[in-house]
Design a protein. Structure first.
Length: 111
């Protein structure tokens, strides 16, 4: 049986905390709970779903098509392809911030 973790999504509509299994993508779990998050590609490529970890926390981002160590070091995650590995607090709707982060480092930031 998969472990689960409390995940708090800080959205423009307010905070929502749900339990997410370690084998479930954060974006899918949010949708299941009625939390509306942006998305486009759902393969970890386009940055539309970008979020930022607030405080400490770990994710498995291995399913993403394009995710860099620099993204993780800056606290960014792509919820469409991220699985929780600890309790998390995520600030959602961070596409513009993640795009600026990548552009400042010369990393790909697809539109």
């Amino acid at each position: 049986m998969a472990r689960s973790y409390p995940i708090t999504y800080q959205t423009p509509a307010g905070d929502h905390t749900i339990s997410v299994a370690e084998d479930e993508f954060l974006w899918q779990a949010a949708g299941r709970a009625g939390i509306d998050l942006p998305s486009r590609c759902r393969i970890g490529w386009c940055l539309t779903c970008a979020a930022r970890i607030v405080g400490a926390g770990e994710v498995d981002q291995s399913a993403a098509r394009r995710y860099f160590p620099e993204d993780r070091a800056a606290g960014f995650v792509l919820p469409c392809t991220a699985r929780p590995r600890s309790p998390l607090r995520l600030q959602t709707h961070q596409e513009a911030a993640m795009r600026r982060h990548r552009e400042s480092l010369g990393l790909p930031a697809p539109i």
